[in-house]
Write a protein that binds this ligand. Structure first.
Ligand code: PEP
Ligand code: MN
Length: 330
């Protein structure tokens, strides 16, 4: 941490600041600079509560924290196996989550699930609770869809990834599904993060549009602090309105891969908003170092109630996988 001082700091004020820091951060090592001091502590988690006290001290202008100090555990904790689909630092299996935006009916979902497995997917999108901008839009099948997920898992053996939009859904999602998805709208829903962490299921955490790397990793830090380090980070672009010409934030993927000890995947479907743009976005994410992809794919996207325009056909999905295999093994 760097602590910058206001101009004209007196020696007595500097001494007082140093003494206070020794109180706030026992064992911290201080080094003097011109107009600042740098502080190294082995207990960066203390900074969360004590930073405001340090910033309040007379003579202090501001404090600057590195990403390591802000998100110590996200950067340091390599996750154990994630629902059998990914093992960081071991057999680095590409995470390939595919399926329709939402489960709309049993027959088409089960048929798609079987074909997605045959094509090479290793987990299924299995959404029942949809966060919709309009209350008049389809909200998802809700709890009555768990029986469909159960059948899809039995038929394919694939992990099911299901978004939770409320704490009340977490127990059932944890019982019937394998991965809890926390969507872009809920990245900053800290009570939901805390509650989700308690269920012991891996959590797929999307980046909220506009969120910085630090904010995204701090949300992951919530999950770790509250008991769950099985996290997949998912980049999904910066807009809810579609199509967004900016697409995925590829730099964000590169920075997250470099900084975090967690797998980082990309969702080119919600980033592109248009199925014709999805393959190029997916391949760009792979080139940027993504550890996996989440891709909306359905039997007949033309009749989908949700996000049909950005949903790939199974044929397009299989073709995309061929292109991905030229870049890396799956
Ligand atoms: C989704 O993946 O179903 C979804 C709602 O995406 P996002 O949270 O990224 O908007
Ligand atoms: Mn969707």
């Amino acid at each position: 941490m760097i602590i910058r001082f206001k101009p004209g700091l007196r020696a007595a004020e500097l001494d007082r600041i140093k003494n206070k820091i020794a109180d706030f951060l026992p064992g911290a090592v201080l080094a003097d600079g011109r107009g600042f001091i740098s502080v190294r502590t082995r207990r960066p988690e203390l900074l969360g509560e004590r930073l405001a006290l340090i910033e309040n001290l007379p003579g202090v202008q501001k404090t600057e924290l590195s990403l390591e100090e802000t998100c110590p555990r996200t950067l340091a904790a390599p996750p154990p196996e994630l629902a059998g689909i990914f093992k960081k630092n071991a057999a680095k299996k590409f995470i390939l989550i595919a399926g329709p935006c939402a489960i709309e009916d049993e027959a088409s979902y089960l048929a798609a699930a079987v074909r997605l497995k045959a094509a090479g997917a290793n987990a299924l999108r299995a959404a029942l609770f949809k966060p919709r901008t309009s209350p008049y839009s389809f909200q998802g099948l809700g709890g009555k869809g768990f029986s469909i997920i159960k059948k899809a898992k039995r038929r394919t053996g694939l992990a099911a990834v299901t978004e939770a939009t409320s704490e009340t859904q977490l127990a059932d999602i944890s019982r019937f599904c394998d991965v809890i998805q926390l969507g872009a709208r809920n990245m900053r829903n800290y009570e939901l993060l805390k509650a989700a962490a308690a269920f012991g299921r891996p959590v797929l955490l999307k980046r909220a549009p506009g969120a910085t790397l630090k904010e995204w990793l701090l949300s992951a830090e919530y999950l770790i602090k509250y008991g769950n380090e099985n996290i997949i980070l998912c980049e999904r672009g910066d807009s809810f309105s579609k199509p967004d010409p900016r697409g995925l934030d590829l730099k964000m993927i590169q920075r997250a891969v470099k900084a975090a000890a967690l797998p980082v995947i990309a969702d080119p479907s919600h980033a592109a908003g248009d199925r014709d743009l999805v393959p190029a976005q997916a391949l760009a994410a792979v080139r940027a170092g993504a550890d996996g992809l989440m891709i909306e794919t359905a039997l007949d996207p033309g009749t989908a109630i949700m996000d049909g325009r950005q949903t790939l056909t199974l044929t397009a999905f299989a073709k995309l996988l061929k292109e991905i295999r030229k870049l890396r093994s799956l």
